[in-house]
Write a protein that binds this ligand. Structure first.
Ligand SMILES: [Zn+2]
Length: 337
């Protein structure tokens, strides 16, 4: 019997699933809303449903899975599969991996969602072929993933890679994490919009208030891009400032980690990458040492929304093989049950 692997990506607003064949090709995918407000048990049920939808679309049953992987917001323990905390998803020491294992009847491997996205880009996307990779995903927040020697760097804490909470402006704006001046507070979509809101309050004008009111509610990355293209001065300044801080963060990380490829993804980069990348590169070059930056590529992610599910599936495949001593799934899966 041919065996398959299921990749899952749990986000704050949506859940993605994909079935991969033994060669790592995506056979089918599915998507559902997370409905985080319904609580952990309801979210778990929706994850299972999304996985089953992808299985149905591929025309296979759960008994044909040898493993599944899921990328989840953290902090989490990738070894035990327990989500330590996720305020938004109402997870509190929630055994996500073990519970999904019961539902799908196969080993389920858990990792941080941004680690999974970075790993997907490393294996199949913009960083394929590199041995040292830094992933940075700029959206509602800013997440990061580090690949060293071809492996995800989890660190002693098991939660390394929180690039969004690097302080890039001491005493800067307050971050959701409680600190001041985190990269996320300055350059995520939330941070950019918060800065614009403050400017409007101080009397500056932006075209965004026409559709989003003076409170600038629900300004998407797409709306920021449109305003940028309309030559909205305030928005242009805000985007350029965000790009500058992203570059400061990347430059510092290049000095510390020595990556070969820096992959930039997430909603803000998808919408405004063309506008931001040259500024990010200039800003990075001012901070990174010449010898550290030499030969380093700063590129845009290639897999879009699929990066997380592909990464999660490949993580599951590899960790399964490690557990079973490198045996292929056909030979090893019976033993693992
Ligand atoms: Zn922070």
């Amino acid at each position: 019997m041919e065996r398959f692997v299921l990749g899952l990506d749990l986000g704050g607003t949506k859940i993605n699933a994909a079935v991969l064949d033994p060669a790592g090709n995506v056979l089918s995918s599915a998507r559902e809303k997370t409905e985080a407000q319904l609580g952990a048990e309801a979210v778990l049920e929706r994850i299972v449903q999304t996985g089953q939808k992808a299985l149905q679309a591929a025309g296979i049953g759960a008994e044909q899975l040898y493993a599944a992987g899921i990328g989840s917001p953290g902090p989490l323990d990738w070894r035990s599969g327990v989500i330590i905390e996720s305020a938004h998803l109402h997870f509190d020491n929630f055994p996500l991996g073990p519970r999904l294992q019961q539902s799908f009847g196969c080993p389920v491997f858990v990792d941080n969602d941004v680690n999974a996205g970075t790993y997907g880009e490393y294996k199949k996307g913009a960083a394929a072929g590199a041995e040292y990779v830094l992933g940075m995903f700029v959206g509602t927040g800013i997440g990061g993933g580090i690949v060293t020697h071809g492996r995800i760097h989890h660190g002693f804490s098991r939660n390394a890679g929180e690039v969004g909470h690097m302080i890039v402006l001491a005493g800067g704006p307050r971050c959701n994490c409680g600190s001041r001046g985190c990269l996320e507070a300055l350059a995520s979509r939330t941070g950019i919009v918060r800065g614009l809101r403050k400017a409007v309050k101080d009397g500056y004008k932006t075209s965004l208030t026409k559709n989003h009111g003076k409170r600038l509610e629900e300004v998407s990355s797409g709306a920021l891009k449109e305003a940028y293209q309309r030559e909205d001065k305030l928005v242009r300044k805000a985007i350029k400032r965000a790009a500058k801080y992203i570059g400061i963060g990347i430059g510092s990380l290049i000095n510390v980690l020595g990556p070969e490829v820096v992959v930039l993804g997430g909603g803000v980069i998808e919408a405004l990458g063309d506008e931001m990348l040259p500024i990010i590169q200039r800003s990075t070059a001012r901070v990174a040492f010449e010898y550290s930056l030499n030969g380093v590529n700063i590129v845009r992610a290639q897999l879009g929304d699929d990066a997380g599910v592909i990464g999660a599936a490949i993580i599951a495949k590899e960790r399964f093989e490690t557990q079973t001593g490198g045996k292929p799934p056909e030979a090893a899966s019976e033993a693992s049950r």
